[in-house]
Design a protein. Structure first.
Length: 450
């Protein structure tokens, strides 16, 4: 059995792993490369395999860095089966159509062909089948079973059995006690090989109890100052988790009632999808549902779908809260609000998620005095806040705890989906703490799983 790393090795994005046994080939994820001009150029390159030979693709979750090249795979001739959990399938359609719109606009500006078109998304979706947690499917010699990864609604790790060996693909693993969804399912099996993500392999998140307190403090201080709280947030899971916690804060009278705007058409669509998949909610979310309370609706909340509704937010007197994409301020409606309010010392920008190197969000977080937004130099005079506890990714101790049941059985651990120095640091920790042989593969590297 052979494993090839064709994206996600020494990189946070672009997950794409090829597994081959006896001539049968399957993929785990087929994500978009993001974060730099070089990474984004790679999205246009031909796949490093004959797409017509791929029997199936198994998708860990719907984020674009794990799904974003699936329409290109279809465009280039793939006609196998795509498998994921039901929520991932429904989220992916909305995310990929949104991504197609963004990529098409970029291609038009740069006068080049887009990576794929909307019809490729629709064609690809016809190949997609749902596979729920605990269900198994046989593809040639491969038996594949998804397990809850606790990252976003419907996210999965995959246990793959072939040639008498077991290999586990972690996918993105979730943080402790996520606001809406169940925590991951602990491993109860032994395995020969494992791939584990390492996005936060060198960090420790804030204590869970502090997370909500910090959010409450940031809101109260901004409201007291009469400013605007800007929250760049990812459309899937982060915005819904924030709304769930804001709902609790408002219901319990812990924060004043001020206008809260969700200025993201994509997030509004994805929030509707959540309501189709309530069985994946955790106990706290279920409790609210059973008490006939809406998870995502509270006094003061306003959903801004159209451009006109978005522009009208500026006319609403402060204080107010604006939650919008994109999560790293690389695009989306948050830029219009940042251009307006970053210069205001009464206002606050709150980062509640991962900020990639070179992203606008990272530059602001690192203390840039001025940033360029839509052709204008904007001074950064507002308060800057960061709460890493809202990350949907497991931190270093949590990754170690997920791995611990595999101690003594693993022949090798492959550390992927992290910045190179972070992956190396985590691999060293695994060797020292768990006595597991851990290795950081290189892009395009092929290994034989003996």
């Amino acid at each position: 059995m052979k494993l090839k790393f064709l994206g996600g090795a020494k990189s946070v994005t672009g997950a794409n792993y090829l597994l081959e046994s006896g001539g049968d080939k399957i993929l785990i994820d087929c994500g978009l490369n993001q974060g730099s001009n070089y990474a984004e150029r790679r999205n246009f390159e031909p796949f490093a395999y004959d797409v017509k030979e791929i029997k199936a693709v198994f998708v860990t979750h719907a984020h674009i860095d794990h799904t974003g090249r699936l329409p290109k795979l279809y465009k280039d001739g793939f006609r196998g089966i795509i498998y994921s959990t039901p929520p991932t399938k429904d989220f992916a359609r909305e995310l990929l159509l949104d991504s197609e719109d963004i990529l098409r606009r970029e291609a038009e500006r740069e006068k080049k062909e887009p990576i794929y078109a909307a019809q490729d998304v629709e064609g690809m979706m016809k190949l997609w089948q749902a596979l729920d947690y605990g269900e198994s499917v046989q593809i040639g010699p491969f038996k594949i079973t998804p397990r809850n990864a606790g990252h976003v609604l419907g996210s999965a790790s995959y246990i793959i059995e072939a040639e008498g060996k077991t290999i586990i693909f972690s996918g993105d693993l979730g943080n402790i006690k996520p606001p809406l969804i169940k925590e991951w399912e602990p491993l109860t099996i032994k395995a020969d090989y494992c791939l584990i993500e390492s996005a936060y392999g060198d960090r420790i998140h804030e204590d869970l109890d502090k997370r909500e307190e910090m959010l409450e403090d940031v809101i109260e201080e901004t409201i007291k100052a009469g400013g605007v709280l800007m929250v760049p947030a990812f459309a899937l899971e982060r915005i819904q988790g924030l709304l769930f916690q804001l709902n609790e804060l408002v219901e319990n009278g812990r924060i004043p009632r001020v206008p809260v705007f969700v200025d993201s058409p994509l997030a509004i669509k994805l929030t509707a999808v959540y309501k189709w998949h309530e069985k994946y909610f955790n106990a706290d979310a279920w409790k609210m549902v059973n008490n006939d309370k809406s998870l995502f609706q509270f006094p003061g909340l306003k959903l801004s779908f159209t451009p006109e509704e978005s522009k009208a937010i500026k006319n609403v007197p402060s204080p107010k809260i604006i939650i919008a994409g994109s999560g790293m301020s690389q695009g989306g409606r948050i830029l219009f609000h940042e251009k307006e309010y970053l210069r205001d010392p009464k206002s606050t920008i709150l980062f509640a998620g991962y900020q990639a190197n070179a992203s606008l969000g990272r530059r602001i977080l690192d203390g840039a005095k001025s940033v360029r937004i839509m052709g204008e130099d904007v001074p950064v005079n507002c308060r800057i806040a960061h709460i890493s506890g809202y990350s949907a990714h497991a931190d270093q101790p949590r990754l170690i705890s997920w791995l611990r049941p595999l101690k003594g059985s693993l022949k090798k651990l492959f550390v992927v989906q992290g910045d190179p120095e972070v992956s190396e640091k985590f691999a060293t920790l695994v060797k020292d703490e768990l006595a597991i042989e851990a290795y950081v593969p290189s892009d395009s590297e092929e290994v034989v799983l003996e």
